[in-house]
Design a binder for this molecule. Structure first.
Ligand SMILES: CC(=O)N[C@@H]([C@@H](O)[C@H](O)[C@H](O)CO)[C@@H](O)CC(=O)C(=O)O
Length: 306
């Protein structure tokens, strides 16, 4: 794979599961084909929030990475893998494995049962894990809505300083664009930022994010690529029109963001690939919610080809 320089969008993939809750790697090849051929998406973020990584065993996470690397060979540009775990031992094991099998980069978020008391304690954790990742780029996964870590990304960046040689930026899944901007433009060195709130991706990119990583790029990838191309060509109103229609779609599902069970239903419906149920403790959408989601997707026709 190429030297890591993620641009554009990457899909935070879902983990296909069998009805009994086991992971289903048998459709990973078709999943890659769908992303590349139907959505024009050639980079992925594996085992993240959308991929229910924190609910998978380390063995399952390794198996998924290997399956995606195999299916993605010569077809995917970058495979970034989330290796976050509560146990630093597991986290190190996944870092080492990611390097050995050839992932493009690893992402780590903070443990959140025993939260680090200070940004320095968090950096110590990241540093210890990063030592196992060889030369792989290390991305800090800032997602306070899930991790409940109270520190701003810009504060974490200050604490990182030069302590993590392969530090390669933030996956920034937060609405606070002021904090994002401080990371990108006020840190003494330009910190790459991969924006993670799909509802306001356009603004994140306008502020200077290098790329975007999110769940909806699995099935709205081509629309988002079109929006970014309009942005690049300074057709701001046209780009904004697309962002607003995407926001309307997301709001028609939930005003606080789309969760994994809903996303798996939507992805299955649009792609025709069965993502299966989410893993416990998440619960599958019932029949009435599922038809509501299907109707919301049908009305996406206003966005034309998805
Ligand atoms: C909280 C959450 O799951 N956020 C998503 C978004 O892509 C989110 O699903 C989207 O903005 C729709 O609300 C991503 O930031 C998460 C992500 O990239 C991942 O799966 O790791």
């Amino acid at each position: 794979m190429d030297k890591f320089d993620l641009q554009g969008i990457a899909a935070a993939t879902f983990t296909p599961m069998k009805p009994n809750g086991d992971i289903n790697t048998s459709i990973v090849g078709e999943y890659v084909t769908y992303l590349v051929e139907n959505q024009g998406v050639t980079s992925i973020f594996l085992n993240g929030t959308s991929g229910e990584g924190m609910s998978l065993s380390t063995a399952e996470r390794k198996k998924l990475l290997e399956a995606w690397l195999c299916a993605g060979r010569n077809r995917l540009k970058y495979i970034i893998v989330n290796i976050s775990c509560s146990s630093i031992t597991d986290c190190k094991e996944l870092a080492k494995h990611a390097e050995q099998v050839g992932a493009s980069a690893v992402a780590i978020t903070s443990p959140s049962y025993f939260c680090p008391a200070t940004p320095d304690a968090l950096v110590d954790f990241l540093h210890a894990v990063s030592l196992e990742a060889g030369s792989l780029p290390i991305i800090y996964y800032h997602i306070p809505v899930m991790s409940h870590i109270p520190f701003l990304a810009s504060t974490i960046l200050e604490a990182i300083g030069n302590k993590i040689p392969n530090f390669a930026g933030f996956k920034f899944s937060d609405l606070n664009l002021f904090d994002a901007s401080l990371c990108m433009h006020n840190s003494g060195r330009r910190c790459p930022l991969y924006y993670g709130v799909d509802e306001q991706m356009l603004t994140g990119m306008l502020m200077g994010a290098q790329a975007a990583i999110g769940s909806t790029y699995n099935y709205l990838g081509s629309k988002n690529i079109e929006m970014l191309s309009l942005l690049q060509n300074e057709k701001f109103q046209d780009a904004l029109n697309i962002q607003i229609s995407i926001q309307k779609h997301i709001a028609s599902i939930s005003k606080t963001g789309i969760t994994v069970p809903e996303n798996k239903v939507i992805m299955s419906y649009i792609s025709g690939l069965d993502m299966g149920p989410p893993r416990s403790p998440l619960t599958a959408c019932g029949a009435s919610r599922t038809s509501q989601l299907h109707r919301a997707v049908d009305s996406l026709q206003s966005l034309s080809r998805i």
